[in-house]
Structure formats: C-alpha cells, structure tokens
Ligand binder design. Sequence first.
Ligand SMILES: CC(=O)[C@@H](O)[C@H](O)COP(=O)(O)O
Length: 240
Amino acid sequence: MGTGGAANMSVLERALVASGTALTTVAMRRLDAGGGPGVLALLERLGIEALPNTAGCRTAAEAVLTARMAREALGTDLVKLEVIADDRTLLPDPIELLDAAEQLVDDGFTVLPYTNDDPVLASKLVDAGCAAVMPLGSPIGTGLGIRNPHNIAMIVAATAESGRPVPVVLDAGIGTASEAALAMELGCDAVLLATAVTRASDPEAMATAMRLAVESGRLARGAGRIPRRYWAQASSPAVE
Ligand SMILES: CC(=O)[C@@H](O)[C@H](O)COP(=O)(O)O
C-alpha cells in the first residue's frame, strides 16, 4: 500500500488494516516533519514495515540523496525508487531511473524501482541488481488499470527466465479490485497501490476488496487456467 491521499489518519489506519499490507511506502520528500503522531508512528504501531519512497525526485542525484537520508532516518536499506520525468504524467524517467538504480545498488540499497511497462527497461533494472521490478499498469493516480497486459506478462516471463529472477510488482494505476486480480493472474508477485483505496468513497471496503482480489488472483494463477479456444466446446461430452 501507499499512504498518500487518505482523508485523515483514522481512514488510513482502517484501510491499512483491512488491506493486510505488510509493506507500505512513505514519500520521504512529503513526510510531515511536524509534531504529532505521523504516518511513521502509525505504521510502527500497526507492525507494518515502512518502505521509503523517493517520490517527487526528478534526477538520479535527487533520488540518491533522498534514499541516503531515508536510510539514515529510518535505518533501512529498502527504497522504492521513483524518478519522475514530469508532473503531468508522473511517468518514470528511464535514463535517470537506471542511473539512480545503479548508484543505489552499488551503495548497498535494496532497490525496488517504479518503472514503465517496458520489458527492455525492466531487464536492464534486473541486470543492474534491483531486488524487484515494479512496472506501472497506467500512470500514478489515473485508476486506468493495466493498459498493456501483454507487456506485464512479458516482463514476468523475461524476469523469470533471467539469471536473476526477482519479484514483479504491479505499481500504479490500479483503479479497482478486478485489476489487482488481473495483475496477479498475469504472474505478478504483488501489487502496490494507493489512490484506488485512499480516494475511494469507502477506503476500508476497497482495501478489503483489494486484499481478496490479490488472494484470488494469486490462486487463479496457480490453478492453471483453461487455454483460450477459437470454437465452442460442449462442457458435457456427447453421449456415444
Ligand atoms: C504508493 C506509491 O508509491 C505510489 O506512487 C504508487 O505508484 C501508487 O500509485 P496509485 O496511486 O496509482 O495506486
């Protein structure tokens, strides 16, 4: 889960608990430095691990600095690496992203990069030593779902066949539960979402729906779906 967009801390808490999340991002450049029990205190009380996020960074240098500050502040080598090209699309900048990933891996970070649904860039991030690849379904906050399911399936296949199989996390753009289920049926190992829950009319209910969708999508993936057929096939064989 992400923590951005919730109406208040009480709504966020109920959604986090309902989602069953074990790892939740915290945008380090948007952290409320003020007093009072902020997001970090909430996550600690709920026993949810904080995943520092370099959200808002536009260059590799900014992302590397933000990650290092987060490691100092939170004592974790985990980092969700976001390097954004522009404020309108919030799409990853592939050049700066790969540069930052290489620097952070060299500096001992466990890097979880938010990337495009581009199998070539995903493979380069795996080769750079990232601990996962996190392709978008559609741009952050759009709720447009998974625009290129085939690309996500290719990233899953290429990652599994690479010398370093790493988890694939569908990150961004999920709008409702069926899209989270589809991500898991495509072979993703997890989803990372915020807007669909935190800005839903009933965030707690949507968080519950997402948890159930991820569980069912994962089960369906393992159950071996039937092949798609061109022509009909009677479900009951004809009696000879
Ligand atoms: C939670 C987080 O890190 C977001 O930047 C993530 O990409 C979620 O995007 P949505 O808000 O579209 O779910």
